[in-house]
Design a protein around this ligand. Structure first.
Ligand code: MN
Length: 140
């Protein structure tokens, strides 16, 4: 069974890029264009990982991450945030909201898939998922 990734992204080009990239790496990707659909789509699709654009119309990625974290079932799913923000404050805010990982736009495709695979590997493992990626240390 391929691992499932829910991709929440309002930008059509990015959405297609992320889904194509994930599928090329053997994942089942489910696109969500409207953030308001993200939580119901996550319940339906039952993803192993959620990729969350932070800048969305109608609802922010921060709010969606908070809603998922507060849910007993969805709260167990790791979230990788994708954002144009780059300051340490924003990065800390993303992590404080509960995202497990974070990739900045413009996206490096190699880094994107590397982070996805790291989170997926942690799913199969142990508490590795709870250990922050040293490469993402805000104190760096
Ligand atoms: Mn966006």
């Amino acid at each position: 069974m391929p691992k499932r990734v829910l991709v929440v992204e309002d930008n059509e080009l990015n959405l297609k890029l992320f889904c194509d990239l994930l599928r090329a790496h053997g994942y089942e990707a489910e696109p969500v264009r409207d953030g308001r659909e993200a939580v119901p789509a996550a319940r339906r699709f039952g993803p192993d990982l959620v990729i969350m654009d932070v800048q969305l119309p109608h609802v922010t990625g921060f709010e969606l991450i908070g809603q998922m974290q507060a849910d007993p079932v969805l709260g167990r799913i790791p979230i990788m945030a994708v954002t144009a923000y780059s300051s340490h404050e924003d990065e800390e805010r993303i992590r404080a909201a509960g995202a497990r990982s974070y990739v900045a736009k413009p996206i490096s495709l190699a880094r994107f898939i590397e982070q996805v695979e790291k989170l997926m590997a942690a799913l199969d493992g142990d508490d590795a998922a709870k250990t922050p990626d040293p490469g993402e240390d805000p104190a760096r």
